[in-house]
Design a protein around this ligand. Structure first.
Ligand code: FMN
Length: 322
């Protein structure tokens, strides 16, 4: 399938794996790229520029296809060494960077000068327009359904994608709630040039996370995610568990007085325990409503092949027959 996104990134299928904290290592990124999509290494998870350089080198050993690095710009008291991370990305010749969080304008000139394509992930039309105006090559439009940070506007993709199509000139992919060939065809009908998936890619044999995490996604339904940290204007969609219930109890009790420090036990440093040790009650972890559509743990290659053949079947048979 050729779209503006496959052309822009030099990939075979319009399917991107979004950056995911403690999930986006070389194994997953390479598997997605080898299957014809665009895999993504999560920059901040690696910790230091040297470790990121090492992860990029490992990924290059596993694939000769294009892959991306995600740079998430979060408010932080001790900010990560973004210039150092960007230097390693440029020196290694990584062709695509997925930015997310804060406006990436400050770092864009260095990336563009190096010929890197930048896709910015955002949760609103106004932020998408801003990304276009500062020179991003594409956007990943992340609807309210998404796992992780859906922003504070609460606009689902059935509205957000056609609104983005009305306003944008640069290509965009649909992100949030995407799982299969049906998602891809629907996203394209609404104006997207492809799709970005997070949660679906975790439940694959290639995702370098504990089996318990994959099974938790398979066992979850679309009713099992919760929104936390709303009062901190840092909303996150997570899979419900004991820690999330404890956190929500504190939110209810403290109301507007809630501070980040009050929920440190439930959110700080919990990803390694969950993703690598499989201690599922250790804290809150991002997960999309799309878990309700995830019922198996295929290889990434099979997942992507199935998505493309299902999309083909829908376009050529189902839609044509109406
Ligand atoms: C476990 C997990 C961790 C994530 N971590 C990040 C991250 O560090 N940076 C980022 O930009 N997005 C992150 N995301 C968001 C994904 O890249 C993607 O935008 C989102 O999962 C799409 O929604 P979906 O889960 O419905 O497919 C994360 C998502 C999940 C599920």
């Amino acid at each position: 399938m050729k779209t503006k996104i496959t052309e822009l990134f030099g990939i075979e299928h319009p399917i991107i794996q979004g950056g995911m904290h403690h999930v986006g290592f070389a194994e997953l990124a390479a598997a997605v790229s080898n299957a014809g999509g665009l895999g993504t290494i999560t920059g901040l998870t690696q910790g230091t520029p040297e470790k990121l350089a090492n992860e990029i080198a490992r990924c290059k050993e596993m694939t000769d296809k294009p892959f991306a690095v995600n740079l998430t710009f979060l408010p932080s008291l001790t900010p990560p060494d973004y210039p150092g991370l960007i230097k390693e990305i440029i020196d290694a010749g990584v062709p695509v960077v997925e930015t997310a969080g804060r406006n990436p304008a400050e770092y864009l000139p260095a990336l563009k000068e190096a010929g890197i394509k930048v896709i910015h992930k955002c949760t609103s039309v106004r932020h998408s327009i801003k990304a276009q105006s500062i020179g991003c090559d594409a956007v990943s439009v992340d609807g309210f359904e998404c796992g992780g940070h859906p922003g504070e506007d609460d606009i689902p993709n059935f509205i957000l994608l056609p609104r983005a199509a009305e306003e944008l000139e640069i290509p965009f992919v649909a992100s949030g709630g995407m799982a299969d060939g049906r998602s891809l065809v629907a996203a394209m009908a609404l104006g997207a040039e492809g799709m970005n998936m997070g949660t679906r890619f975790i439940a694959t044999q290639d995702a370098p996370v504990h089996q318990n995490v994959k099974e938790a996604i398979v066992n979850a339904t679309e009713l099992d995610t919760r929104l936390i940290m709303r009062s901190l204007t840092n909303t996150e969609r997570v899979l419900n568990n004991e820690a999330v219930e404890r956190l929500m109890e504190k939110e209810k009790r403290l109301g507007d007085d809630l501070k980040f420090e009050d929920i440190l036990d439930e959110v700080a440093g919990v990803y390694p325990k969950i993703m690598h040790e499989g201690t599922m009650e250790a804290g809150a972890w991002s997960c999309g409503m799309v878990a309700g559509l995830v019922n198996d743990i295929p290889t990434v290659q099979d997942l992507i092949n199935n998505i493309m053949s299902q999309a083909d079947e829908i376009i050529k048979s189902r839609l044509r027959n109406f």
